[in-house]
Design a protein around this ligand. Structure first.
Ligand SMILES: N[C@@H](CCC(=O)N[C@@H](CS)C(=O)NCC(=O)O)C(=O)O
Length: 240
């Protein structure tokens, strides 16, 4: 049995962490059964890479959604991308890396900028500390924000102006929308790994209650919104 350690669910999303939602979606697509444990301040220290998601499988803790998916592909001989020819596999990998390594920072930018931080801080505190009063969790969540902002700076996205970040992230969303076009799934008629990634990250732009020109832009990409609904219907129908 797989134990999935994941960030909590909110705003209609299976998880407010896009990487957690990506992995959970993939597990469902691969029809692998799992137990779900919600990560709090108490068990976060189990995370082998200091990040969520992580899993416990065959007595070992493993981190990183992409590496976990690769491990299952090998150990369980599951390949959601088996129908793709090599050039399609390259495109899929390039889009997944773009979403996870670049577009993701748009989500962090929206949540951790000062405008939305007051609200997101309370969400994070509640998730990590439950009913503990906000005061006692304040230091932890403020440190958490500092870590994320410094990661964003280290990545390079955090060195750009708001206008530049908005332009960069909207260009990623446009590329995704153009590539999806009028297909039901990114690589055609059947869902593949890229659908899990795009679904999770796009959902984490459009579902939270945070205003941003990026969110407005995302919501105007009708085919991506329809893809989000399609994936929910197919893999998280209990949420409808
Ligand atoms: N490449 C990792 C990214 C995971 C990730 O960035 N997780 C975030 C939440 S979405 C996290 O745990 N951040 C806490 C931290 O960086 O300290 C994956 O795909 O699993």
């Amino acid at each position: 049995m797989i134990t999935l350690y994941t960030a909590f669910s909110l705003w209609g999303l299976p998880s407010i962490s896009p990487a957690c939602m990506e992995l959970e979606t993939w597990l469902r697509m691969a029809k692998l059964a799992y137990n779900k444990v919600i990560v709090t301040a108490n068990n976060f220290e189990l995370a082998p890479k200091g990040k969520v998601p992580f899993i416990e499988y065959q007595g070992k803790l493993l981190g990183d959604a992409a590496l976990i998916i690769e491990m299952f592909e090998q150990k369980q001989a599951i390949n959601l991308d088996a129908g793709l020819i090599p050039i399609e596999q390259s495109i899929s990998l390039a889009f997944r890396r773009t979403i996870k390594e670049n577009t993701f920072w748009g989500i962090a930018y929206i949540r951790y900028n000062l405008e939305n931080w007051q609200h997101f801080r309370a969400v994070l505190a509640q998730a990590l500390f439950g009913e503990t009063p906000l005061e006692s969790s304040e230091i932890f969540v403020e440190e958490f924000r500092k870590t994320v902002l410094s990661q964003m700076y280290g990545h390079g996205m955090g060195r750009h102006s708001s206008e530049e970040i908005i332009e960069i992230i909207c260009a990623d969303l446009q590329a995704l929308s153009d590539f999806l076009a009028d297909k039901p799934f990114f690589m055609g008629e059947q869902p593949t790994t890229l659908d899990a990634t795009a679904y999770a990250y796009f959902g984490n732009f459009i579902q939270p209650p945070y205003g941003s020109p990026i969110v407005d832009y995302a919501l105007q990409r009708a085919n991506l919104c329809e893809h989000y609904e399609r994936m929910t219907g197919q893999f998280f129908s209990e949420r409808l």
